[in-house]
Design a protein around this ligand. Structure first.
Ligand SMILES: [Zn+2]
Length: 67
């Protein structure tokens, strides 16, 4: 988790989730089966310049693979 804005260097950082209708999820390609695995996405945003960064899956990436 970043504590400084990579664009302007501000330390006024908000943490949040990327959200759309029903929640925005990341779904890996090349999955077998009907039930696709997916993860919600969290991100940081700068209160000074509005940059969004540090976009990260909220689940461990290993949970999204079939192996
Ligand atoms: Zn900034």
């Amino acid at each position: 988790m970043l504590t400084k804005c990579p664009r302007c260097g501000s330390e006024k950082i908000m943490q949040g989730e990327l959200s759309g209708l029903g929640g925005l999820v990341f779904v890996p390609e090349n999955q077998n089966g009907i039930q696709k695995k997916s993860s919600y996405i969290s991100a940081g945003a700068c209160k000074d310049c509005g940059a969004v960064f540090d976009i990260t899956l909220t689940d461990k990436p290993s949970k999204l693979t079939n192996k």
